[in-house]
Design a binder for this molecule. Structure first.
Ligand code: GCU
Length: 337
């Protein structure tokens, strides 16, 4: 643990030095060519479907631009937790980051319309509506004032509950249980409606907090559950599948402005193509994660999903307050399969 923290701190220092030296972007495409490598901060491991899809996009970008541009993913929170890396993209210290939709609610509360429980009907429907400019273009453009642009939206699984003290079947079972959520008002209210107490925290702190009893559990997809070893400390995974929370790949607008038109188009195309690849990889990764979690001692169970859905649905009307958020909401639900 301590070693990892020190290593991460060292990497951040090194990055900061090299970024200062290069004026915003690292240079050199691994192979030693004189191109510009755009850095992407990522909080999960290098095998994660999003990391793989972005690495593939980087290869396509290098090829399309003759090595003028490439991408480099910095995994495992090496550049910081998501809220920190979003700040760095905003200020231009790093070029890009993947952040959960909830993290952007602090900039524009209307973004919460894409982060609602029981909203999407499938991974395919989700990425199709959230990568459709006609549906989310205006909403995402509100981030431009903060030097941010959404380049692509990735699927990030369906989140379920996992706890230390037996499976959860109904909202009543969650009474008094402290469950970690990503920091946002929407998530805190969501957990309250689901019957528990939402405890906002960065993902990297969750394992220790469960282990030490500060938390009774958390909610996340199977990948985090297995890869971050949460299955070891909270072995009861109750498949509420309550939240398909999207992950957004954001870029500093200055980086785009500095690119020539052709390279910018190549970047957009490469990233857009990676969205479907990621959905496919995610499905396989979920199966592998379930098996690994079971091997680590986890039990998966089916709760009363309808009871959770009914409990949490009032959140939709609570969050969708502006006309613009309503338009996005209506378009998303109209596209449900
Ligand atoms: C998911 C999501 C991440 C997020 C994490 C979390 O894994 O893909 O973007 O950071 O959950 O719960 O913090």
């Amino acid at each position: 643990m301590q070693f990892k923290t020190l290593a991460a701190a060292g990497a951040v220092t090194l990055m900061a030095l090299s970024l200062t030296a290069c004026g915003g972007s690292g240079t050199g495409n691994g192979g030693g060519s004189a191109g510009t490598t755009l850095t992407i901060a990522f909080n999960q491991n290098a095998e994660h479907p999003q990391a793989q899809a972005m690495t593939q996009a980087g290869a396509a970008l290098e090829e399309a631009t003759g090595g003028a541009y490439g991408l480099e993913v910095f995994p495992d929170e090496l550049l910081g937790a998501q809220d920190e890396t979003l700040e760095q993209v905003r200020s231009g210290t790093i070029d890009m980051a993947v952040v959960a939709g909830s993290v952007l609610e602090g900039i524009n509360p209307d973004i919460s319309v894409i982060n609602l429980p029981y909203l999407y009907s499938s991974a395919e429907q989700q990425v199709s509506v959230l990568n459709d400019d006609a549906i989310v273009g205006e909403l995402f453009d509100t981030l431009n004032a903060d030097n941010l642009e959404v380049l692509a939206v990735y699927h990030a699984g369906a989140r379920s509950l996992y706890t230390t003290d037996g499976p959860v079947t109904t909202p009543e079972d969650l009474a008094g249980q402290r469950i970690r959520v990503i920091e946002s008002d929407t998530n805190i209210t969501m957990m309250q409606l689901m019957g528990g107490v939402g405890a906002p925290m960065d993902m990297g702190e969750v394992y220790t907090a469960i282990q030490s009893g500060v938390l009774d559990g958390a909610e996340n997809n199977e990948l985090v559950y297995s890869n971050m070893a949460h299955a070891e400390v909270a072995p009861y995974f109750s498949e509420t599948r309550h939240l398909m929370l999207p992950d957004l790949l954001v870029i500093n607008t200055g980086v785009l402005d500095a690119m020539d038109d052709e390279s910018e188009a190549a970047l957009r195309e490469a990233v857009a193509a990676s969205v479907d690849t990621e959905v496919e990889l995610f499905a396989t990764a979920v199966e592998e994660a379930r098996t690994a979690a079971e091997e680590a001692g986890a039990t998966f169970s089916e709760p009363d999903v309808e009871a959770f859905r009914a409990a949490v649905l009032p959140l939709h009307d609570e969050v969708v307050t502006s006309d613009s958020a309503r338009a996005v909401y209506d378009a998303i639900t109209a596209a449900a399969e």
